[in-house]
Design a protein around this ligand. Structure first.
Ligand SMILES: Cc1cc2nc3c(=O)[nH]c(=O)nc-3n(C[C@H](O)[C@H](O)[C@H](O)COP(=O)(O)O)c2cc1C
Length: 171
């Protein structure tokens, strides 16, 4: 019987993770007056007391460098109609052109947040935990809000997909 190699495990793990359906978000921060945003699915809540979430960011991204220096960031949860925004913020559009797509408003904390997003959370970075190729940034929530009557944009098996939220199905 052939041995399972680390490469096999990595391949299998990638296949498993592709099947995890995930909400699509745009994370935004800024440095020296320049705004920057990128698409990320690696977002989850950490605690309710205090309200906190974690984002997992590749060390090679522009946002990683920014978040090491600037404490505030926004997490903008995309709706089913905002796939074009996800595409733009995941590399299809140059960083300096990205905020021309969608309507962005400046929050009191200084970071931009997306008007019309399904939900918005503004955070203050409390910890940065490096692990291998990525860093976990834990943010304490300073403002959070949900827009009603929208379905989320989801990503699964390398494709966008759309579900009806239960609220909308019940109507
Ligand atoms: C649906 C989707 C989800 C993504 N999720 C993450 C993520 O959670 N963390 C991450 O570091 N990159 C993630 N990426 C990749 C970044 O969006 C992409 O590398 C982006 O171009 C990096 O930003 P930059 O061009 O500003 O450096 C995701 C891309 C897509 C399309």
């Amino acid at each position: 019987m052939s041995e399972i190699t680390m490469e096999d495990i990595g391949t299998n793990f990638r296949a498993v993770m592709r099947r995890f359906p995930a909400a699509v978000n745009v994370i935004v921060s800024n440095k020296d007056g320049v705004d920057h945003g990128m698409t990320a699915t690696a977002v989850m809540s950490v605690s309710m007391d205090p309200p906190s979430l974690v984002i997992c960011i590749n060390n090679n991204t522009f946002l990683h460098e920014i978040l090491l220096n600037q404490p505030n960031f926004s997490v903008n949860v995309l709706s089913a109609e905002q796939q074009h925004i996800s595409n733009a913020f995941s590399g299809q559009v140059l960083p300096q052109e990205r905020f021309k797509i969608g309507q962005w408003e400046r929050h009191a904390s200084g970071v931009l947040a997306l008007e019309g997003a399904l939900a918005k959370v503004v955070c203050k970075r409390m910890a940065a935990i490096p692990y291998s190729t990525h860093t976990l940034f834990i943010g304490k929530v300073i403002e959070a809000g949900v827009a009603e009557e929208q379905s989320p944009l989801l990503y699964e098996n390398t494709q966008y997909c759309i579900t009806q939220s239960q609220d909308n199905l019940n109507k």
